[in-house]
Design a binder for this molecule. Structure first.
Ligand code: PGA
Length: 249
């Protein structure tokens, strides 16, 4: 089954650097000996048109990093999922832990955003993950269950939704969960999703948190891991390409 590698550029880049990074990546995709897995780039919202211009007609997809739950209206600074879809985005990340922490997003607001994304024809990449304290207190399974049940809309199916498991303590820290821990949480997510959404067969559950070229192969070969959500390492074309090439074939 094919994997999905998503690059979350976060609040980084300029029009020139974004175009250059996307172009470098597309050159590698074009020269690849074997067909690459699914690749999606999630630039900051103002850079989306520049990246779409470069990726148009290529297998590289583009996604937003967040969207509002409404289609339009008086929501200063927010981004409509309908606008993302009209621009040409195919994905949108929702419920990233940085948004949950910086903007007080709750499971309910993440669910509303994911629902709006689906309605707009986008594939939501719904993020869940425990904090370091929660893991130390043995609460990981309980937190994941609460987030999966609270953040995933009823309309989600294995075909229209992607889930990303990102332990908060592993994001941008250089620490990664062990493959045993990743396998356990991904199995739990698959079970919970499958029970509530007509099965988990084909569901893409990505791992995120300090994924880099050096650890990608092991992580991407872990049971129930169907791709990666990559932050820092997605800002370097060589490093990101090595992660893409680490997908099992
Ligand atoms: P990181 O970020 O790869 O820099 O740890 C991952 C993410 O936040 O999506």
């Amino acid at each position: 089954m094919s994997h999905l590698i998503a690059g979350n550029w976060k609040m980084n880049g300029t029009p020139a650097s974004a175009e250059a990074l996307a172009a470098e990546l597309i050159a590698r995709v074009r020269n690849a000996k074997a067909p690459p897995p699914g690749v999606v780039l999630c630039p900051p919202a103002p850079l989306i048109p520049a990246v779409l211009a470069v990726t148009k007609g290529t297998p590289v997809a583009v996604g937003g990093q967040d969207c509002h739950a409404k289609e339009k209206g008086a929501h200063t600074g927010d981004v409509s999922p309908v606008l993302l879809a009209e621009l040409g985005c195919r994905f949108v990340i929702v419920g990233h832990s940085e948004r949950r922490a910086d903007h007080g997003e709750t499971d309910a607001s993440v669910k509303a955003k994911a629902e709006a994304a689906l309605k707009a024809g986008l594939t939501p990449i719904i993020c869940v993950g425990e904090t370091e304290g929660e893991r130390e207190r043995g609460e990981t399974a309980r937190v994941i269950a609460r987030q999966v049940e609270g953040s995933i809309p009823q309309a989600s199916t294995a075909a229209n939704t992607v889930i990303a498991y990102e332990p908060v303590w592993a994001i941008g820290t250089g620490k990664t969960a062990t493959t045993a821990d990743i396998a356990a949480v991904h199995a739990q997510i698959a079970d919970l999703f499958g029970a509530g959404h007509g099965g988990a067969s084909g569901l893409k559950i990505l791992y995120g948190g300090s994924v880099k070229a050096a650890n990608a192969k092991e992580i991407l070969a872990t049971a129930n891991v169907r791709g990666a959500l990559v932050g820092g390492a997605s800002l370097d074309a060589d490093e990101f390409w090595k992660i893409i090439e680490s997908c099992p074939r």
